[in-house]
Design a protein around this ligand. Sequence first.
Ligand code: G3P
Length: 215
Amino acid sequence: MKLFLDTANVTEIREAAALGVISGVTTNPTLIAKEGRDFKETILEITKIVDGPISAEVVSLDAQGMIKEAIEIASWHPNIVIKIPMIWEGLKAVKELSNKGIKTNVTLVFSPSQALLAAQAGATYVSPFIGRFTDISQDGIALISDIVDIFTLHDIKTKIIAASIRTPMDVVNAAKAGADIATVPYKVLEQMVKHPMTDIGVQRFLEDWKKVPKK
Ligand code: G3P
């Protein structure tokens, strides 16, 4: 399973890219707004840091508006993937964009039927949200498993991005469920690295190293 970083913060992206574990970046209007910067400027800076799929979301709610935005945004850089919300008009836009060779990431997916429709419309990626299910005491991983089962059974090539990740266990469970990608917030990436037993072990090694006779 590959890891994408789910942020528009270029400092976080630079730090994470230095680890060599990030294959792409996903953004959305909320993450862009949080940075308080120009949308195009932010996306272009991200394309310079990570050489992989960079998701940028449209905000129109009608297919023609989405397509117009998508063509403009996709022209900024070859690595840009257009994020489209999983609504009726979004499917129409995905179909058109797929015919034009523009990669899409259908987002705000909360059911296997939505994922199936997005794939049939020609989506390059689907983004089922885990965290917003767990936020309301439902099992977000079950959604990932169902979609993986359906896509595997029918040899559907659309890639599954586990999104709306809240904890390292969401990443582990998404991997076990067979997601192709998990897009993780920077804070979760930091948590994935850390373990108290590792810290204790490092300290113990250093303490013992002090006993080694030095010339
Ligand atoms: O990529 C989608 C993701 O950013 C949504 O996460 O935390 O807003 O549910 P969240």
